[in-house]
Design a protein around this ligand. Structure first.
Ligand code: PBE
Length: 269
C-alpha cells in the first residue's frame, strides 16, 4: 500500500477524543493549516469511543489514525506508534503543571508548600495506569492502594511541613486517567496532613476558568506549553504556576504498527 491508498482506506479521517480536549483544538488547527490534510475530517467523540475504534481496527487489521498521548496504557496494550511530526505541530515534550488561584499561597501557606513539593515520575504514573486497566479498577481506587505502598513518596511531599489546620481546598482536574492519578495522590497527601480536598472533574477550559476566577484553588493538570497553550494565554496573569506535577508528557497522532506510514506528512488528500 501507498500513503494514497492508506489515506483513502482511512476515509481521510482522524479518530479523535473529546471535543473539549486541548489536543482536539491542536488537531483542528492542523487540519485547517496543513496542505497535506486538506479535506481530512477530525472525528471527535470520547476517549472510550476512540479506544473501541482502535481495538476494532486492530482486530480487522484495518488502518486507523488516532489522537494519542502519553502517559496512557494504549502504548502498552496495543502495538501502535506515534507518527513523526516534522513540523512540530504537537510541540515537543509537554510539562504537566500545577496551577493555583491568585491568593492561594497567602490563604493556604502550608497546603501550598505541599502542592509545590508534589511531583511524580512518569514511569510511576504509567505503571499505575496499566494497573488500573489490567485489573479494571478505576484510577481513584488504584490510588488508595498505591498511597499505602508508597508512603515514602508521600512523605517527601510533607516532610518538614507544619500540620494543616483543617482548611477545605477546592481542586479541579480533567477526567483523563493521566490526570486523575496525580490529582488523587496529591489529595491524599494534603488530607493526610490535615486538609480536606474536594476534587471536581471538568473540561480544560473550565479548569483554567475556575482557577482564574478563584472558584477553585488548585489544579495539577495544565499541559503546557502547547496542549493548553490557548487557555494559558487567555488567562495570563490570572493564576500562579506552582511547578510540574510530572514531565515528559506527549501528544500526537498514532497508528497501529502494521500501517505503513511514518509521518504526519504521509497523510495525503
Ligand atoms: N489529553 C490528556 C488532554 C490533557 C490530558 C492530552 C488528552 C488534552 O487536553 O488534550
Amino acid at each position: 500500500s501507498t500513503p494514497e491508498t492508506i489515506s483513502e482506506e482511512m476515509e481521510y479521517t482522524i479518530t479523535g477524543i473529546e471535543p473539549g480536549a486541548g489536543m482536539s483544538g491542536v488537531i483542528d488547527d492542523m487540519i485547517e493549516n496543513e496542505e497535506n490534510l486538506q479535506g481530512w475530517t477530525h472525528q471527535t467523540s470520547s476517549t472510550g469511543a476512540m479506544l473501541t475504534e482502535l481495538d476494532q481496527a486492530i482486530q480487522n487489521e484495518e488502518p486507523i489514525v488516532i489522537a494519542a498521548w502519553s502517559p496512557h496504557y494504549m502504548f502498552a496494550k496495543y502495538d501502535i506508534k506515534y507518527l513523526e511530526d516534522p513540523n512540530e505541530l504537537f510541540g515537543g515534550e509537554e510539562n504537566v503543571l500545577k496551577l493555583g488561584r491568585l491568593g492561594f499561597e497567602e490563604d493556604f501557606p502550608i497546603a501550598a508548600e505541599i502542592v509545590r513539593n508534589f511531583y511524580l515520575e512518569l514511569d510511576v504514573i504509567e505503571a499505575a495506569l496499566l494497573d488500573s486497566q489490567e485489573q479494571e479498577i478505576p484510577v481513584p481506587e488504584v490510588v488508595e492502594t498505591w498511597v499505602v505502598d508508597n508512603e515514602d513518596i508521600i512523605n517527601e511531599f510533607t516532610d518538614g511541613v507544619a500540620e494543616g489546620n483543617g482548611g477545605e481546598i477546592e481542586m479541579v482536574v480533567t477526567s483523563w486517567d493521566s490526570e486523575l492519578f496525580p490529582a488523587y495522590v496529591l489529595k491524599h497527601a494534603l488530607e493526610s496532613h490535615g486538609f480536606t480536598v474536594n476534587v471536581t472533574k471538568v473540561d480544560p477550559a473550565i479548569m483554567f476558568e475556575s482557577i482564574a476566577s478563584g472558584s477553585a484553588d488548585v489544579t495539577t493538570a495544565a499541559w503546557l506549553p502547547l496542549t493548553h497553550g490557548a487557555f494559558a494565554e487567555s488567562y495570563e496573569g490570572e493564576y500562579i504556576e506552582m511547578g510540574p506535577a510530572y514531565e515528559k508528557a506527549k501528544t500526537g497522532l498514532a497508528v497501529p504498527t502494521y500501517v505503513e506510514l511514518e509521518s504526519i506528512s504521509d497523510l495525503v488528500p
